[in-house]
Design a protein around this ligand. Sequence first.
Ligand code: AMP
Length: 658
Amino acid sequence: MLKFSTYNCLKSCIRSRLLYSTSTQVAKRVIGIDLGTTNSAVAYIRDSNDKKSATIIENDEGQRTTPSIVAFDTKSSPQNRDQMKTLVGMAAKRQNAINAENTFFATKRLIGRAYHDKEVQRDISVMPYKIVKSESNGQAYLSTSNGLVQSPSQIGSILLKYLKRVSEEYLGEEVKMAVVTVPAYFNDSQRQATKDAGKLAGLNVLRVINEPTAAALSFGIDDKRNNGLIAVYDLGGGTFDISILDIEDGVFEVRATNGDTHLGGEDFDNVIVNYIIDTFVKENPEITREEITKNRETMQRLKDVSERAKIDLSHVKETVIELPFVYKSKHLKVSMTEEELDNMTSSLINRTIPPVKQALKDADIEPENIDEVILVGGMTRMPKIRSVVKGLFGKSPNSSVNPDETVALGAAIQGGVLSGEIKNVLLLDVTPLTLGIETFGGAFSPLIPRNTTVPVKKTEIFSTGVDGQTGVDIKVFQGERGLVRNNKLIGDLKLTGITPLPKGMPQIYVTFDIDADGIINVSAAEKSSGKEQSITVIPNSGLSEQEISKLIEEANANRTQDNLIRQRLELISKADIMISDTENLFKRYEQLISNEKEYPKVVEDIKSVRQSISKFKANENDMSIDVNEIKKATDALQGKALKLFQNATKNQQKQASK
Ligand code: AMP
């Protein structure tokens, strides 16, 4: 094939397009969601005293972040896989040691990835849950122990649905629109899969923005920093990103971005897990490494203590990892120092250095010219990482940013820009990877280089390589290598029925159009025959439109039933908490209340509420049981317990005044 460059969109034209598009007001609330590998957060724009500011929405447990974990209770409804009880966030995390096979965490590392990817294969060997190959598209999917197979987008949608509900309860209104963040280095398939997750959750994802860009938005606005170059170093649970941004009077322009979509805290935890297994096996030669790694529950327990040790070592110099009865009644006890952790994870930390250098080079900036370095992601609390970053930029990172919340806050700000609530802010993001097509002999012909500001549109003219060709197959790739076989195939476009002409004669105009989400549209047109074809690059992997519609229909059909089940479960959980709170108070103030005449009655009431809960739990799916009985009993218990304490306090005061 031949090719000639014809059209290139200039930055100034993009600026005016964006200025135009951001002033198109949506005039409805748009929440910001950080759908993280380990934790997720949601924020909105609050209006207080005429000042707009991004604010985190606490979840129903009062926490500002929610573990990105979804668990299924496979025993709850074995006859109907789709109605299995689902736990989200902290509730899922609490039970992971006893239900490891059905507790899905860090699934963002799998989103939009083919099963055969080497990163997926690495995860298969360490994850306690089952990763399977999707029969329909060869992508990495997840399977529960009773065979419910779901895509990582579906798991993501359960988390998004939860965050949507939490926001609606907090704001007292229906929430339909969101800005969702993704790692800057996510490719097209991963971005599409994230958008799919939003759709499944009933959210219109107005924009997908890069996590470090969101962090910079939040920092830039809060800090009232009008001008300057900032570097955002973002190391979270599963991904690493580096972005270099130029802030100029409210215009946030990403100059370059780079990273690794499979490097994060999970990898650090796995290094520790391997180290403690080695130590344990050495001390107990009758046990083999293989039998431990095959035991999902043991692996989950080892992972939990490893993460805890890693976090401890950010605050203390030495820690002891202890797990009684970890395997075959043997106990585990291993001590670890901060220096040992630094050494065993040095190759992981060092993997962040080349992307930082590349991003600075692409942006044509020397490290000393960076005005501020912002750290994002829980892993940046590790002292060794802070010192490596300091070494790279020659200055201490800014410590005013909360690495867990800043991304969601930035997403809310972008939501505010789209809804028209926030003015005078403009975001110019870039495409993280080079885009192009396959040309003769498997060569990769780039059309849009990495770090080009989006949205962008570019057309190039190509021709045929064989005489009398009546069709061309345009294969779209993303990557930095010269041969397509080393890059990622993200779409395929066939242009047929073109006039047969000698090779090199037909003029095929190939246009790439990347929108502000980084989603790619490709079209091809041949002049003499007037034939045209276009595709939105739907990843080879990923859910099809039909699959998404089917899943949405199913969710809609089950919505009333799902809500009912959720409300019932919430009532039970509240009753449970009420009982344990009351019993704890009884223990603490035993002397004060044990002689009160109401005391034995309240103890009896607790017993009867507990019995009702057990009865319900044994028949959870029987919708004919009226759980309002439990609510009434819980309210009565609360009233009586309060009275008991009031009377006891009064009596004590009487006694004291005698
Ligand atoms: P994120 O995806 O930003 O929520 O980051 C989560 C990752 O940060 C997990 O791997 C956590 O184990 C890790 N993390 C959180 N706090 C700390 C800490 N104090 N020291 C080291 N790692 C941490």
